[in-house]
Design a protein around this ligand. Structure first.
Ligand code: ADP
Ligand code: X2W
Length: 247
């Protein structure tokens, strides 16, 4: 599919500037479909704190019990998603808010229920419906999935974006984050191939939140996504991951 997927972390939602919206407009005018996957992690943790619900994250994954799942759905679908939709509307871009329950848009499975609770990975995307909806408008999708039995799952937004890019064979995936790219000795590495990622993880250059982000990105390029870019702004060069080094 001639599709660009952009993952926007919870922090990044507040920091979107006119260059971001202009880039989306350019893509739409060039006939590309655009799907935004939004996070909301910091917002979930903030509300949990206000409600005295403890936050437990392991390997960057939120351990999601029943109460935390209810809170997560509330924040993603009641706060983060409308915040992004409002910004798109202000920029004059047609957009629609989407979640897993819209016409079985996303199905998923439990990652490790005993360990993480209601946390999952994505198995299927309803490509027919999504493709139709993305013809006329930008899609704004929450990182939640439903099991075949109708149970909600909380999915890490980077993993969700990479899984959806992989399943839909998106042309490009952008992971917008709070750093200008993958850094080594304070400098952005402009190009990476999967082997470099393994080496940098082994050398402990890539750590913390950047590690699951890049593991998901590597899976996506292996599955046919042409390029994954990790950057803080769509218009910044950032780090590009491809299967082969560009000559
Ligand atoms: N080599 C690296 N280059 C850049 N950031 C790194 C690197 N290794 C670890 N990180 C950390 O990864 C973070 C980005 O991941 P994360 O916090 O999960 O972002 P987001 O919330 O946008 O998904 C950076 O802020 C940085 O602290
Ligand atoms: C399972 C899991 O960890 N889900 C994430 C979903 C939101 C997310 O990933 O948001 P950011 O991109 O803003 O961090 C969470 O609950 O925080």
């Amino acid at each position: 599919m001639n599709l660009v997927i952009v993952k926007i972390g919870g922090n990044a939602i507040q920091q979107l500037n006119s260059e971001f919206f202009n880039q989306l407009r350019e893509w739409r005018q060039a006939g590309k479909k655009v799907l935004l996957i939004h996070g909301g992690g910091p917002q979930i943790s903030k509300l949990a704190k206000q409600l005295n619900i403890p936050t437990n994250k392991q390997n960057g994954i939120r351990v999601t019990d029943e109460q935390t799942l209810a809170l997560t759905k509330m924040v993603l679908l009641g706060d983060a998603q409308p915040a992004l939709l409002t910004r798109l509307a202000e920029a004059g871009l047609a957009a629609v808010g989407l979640n897993a329950a819209d016409q079985q848009l996303l199905t998923g499975h439990y990652l490790d229920q005993a360990h993480y609770g209601a946390v999952g990975g994505i198995d299927t995307v309803n490509e027919l419906i999504l493709s139709k909806m993305l013809t006329d408008q930008i899609g704004v999708l929450a990182p939640l999935a439903l099991t075949k039995n109708g149970e909600w799952l909380n999915v890490n937004a980077d993993t969700a974006a990479a899984d959806i890019a992989r399943l839909l064979k998106a042309t490009q995936l952008y992971l917008l984050t709070d750093v200008p790219g993958v850094l080594k000795n304070g400098h952005v590495i402009s190009a990476l191939i999967p082997q470099d990622v393994s080496d940098l993880i082994e050398e402990h250059v890539i750590t913390a939140g950047m590690q699951p982000k890049l593991s998901a990105a590597v899976k996506a390029v292996h599955a046919g996504v042409q390029a994954v870019k990790i950057t803080d702004q769509l218009t910044h060069p950032g780090t590009t991951l491809k299967m082969e080094a560009t000559k």
